[in-house]
Structure formats: C-alpha cells, structure tokens
Write a protein that binds this ligand. Structure first.
Ligand code: FES
Length: 154
C-alpha cells in the first residue's frame, strides 16, 4: 500500500504532463523510492491513480531496466555491459564484482547489502566502463577503483 504522500505525489503528476500516460514513468519512480522496487500492488495503484489501464503500467515497468521488479539489496550495483563499456572491460568488471561479492548477476548477497545487475547503456559511454550504484554513477572504472568503491560501502 502506498503512503499518503506517494499517492499525493502521483496524483499531482497528472497536471505536469500532457497525457496521463506520460506520467507513468515518474509515478513508477515514486513507487520504487518507497518500496525499493515496483510491487505489483504499486503498479495497480499507479494505474488507478493516473486513470490508465494497468497493462500500460506493467508494459513500462517491465521494459525499462531502471525499475526493479523484485526486492534489491541496500546497494544496487548496475554495471553497463553495452558496447562502449563492453569494449573497455565491463564483462571483466562483472566477473570481478561477482567474485568479490560471492553472487552471480541478478542475485543479492545473503546480508541483503548488495545486488548485482548487468544493464543496457546508461548514457555515460564517454566515461566507460561505468556502473550505477543506487543514484550515483561511477565512471572510468578499473578493478582497483571498484575495490575502493566496495570498501567504502562495506
Ligand atoms: S555503453 Fe556503457 S554507458 Fe553507454
């Protein structure tokens, strides 16, 4: 169940966009901010509040990788494995992270601290390879930089 504040925030989005459909993405972000992922109930709430068909909300939530479809750890590490990052060693960094965290892609550590995901281009190709952790970008990554970042989060 969404909080009163989230319901209010989503309701107010309708006046900021030309169509109700355009408000689906920011509305899903509100749900994710509150629950850490887009719950099925949250998607239905978005549809109800915006007055759109639920299938439209489900389509958007499942298409974009930035919406988590299940709970994630405190730190969600999303490594871009698209072309520029890939050419500069993204897969190697994924293997490194996987070994350091003891989890595979799409898994969460048993202490619920880290979730590891491979994602499509995050629009930071000029500073590849890169990853996003929660709302922050980490760029021009090397194994030692990743190690330093992980140590800062532990
Ligand atoms: S290819 Fe990685 S940010 Fe674009």
């Amino acid at each position: 169940m969404l909080s009163e504040n989230s319901v209010k925030e989503i309701s107010e989005l309708t006046s900021k966009y030309a169509t109700k459909r355009s408000a689906i993405m920011p509305a899903l972000s509100v749900v994710q901010r509150e629950h850490g992922y887009v719950t099925e109930e949250g998607m239905r709430d978005v549809a109800r509040i915006l007055g759109v068909r639920p299938v439209l909300v489900f389509e958007v939530a499942t298409f974009y990788t930035m919406y988590n479809k299940k709970p994630v750890g405190k730190y969600h590490i999303q490594v871009c494995t698209n072309i520029a990052c890939s050419l500069l060693g993204a897969e190697h960094l994924m293997d490194f992270l996987s070994r350091r965290l003891g989890i595979k892609t799409k898994e969460t550590t048993s202490d619920k601290k880290f979730t590891l995901s491979a994602v499509e281009c995050l629009g930071s190709c000029g500073t590849a390879p890169m990853m996003q952790i929660n709302d922050n970008y980490y760029e021009n990554l090397t194994e030692s930089k990743v190690e330093e970042i992980l140590n800062g989060l532990r």
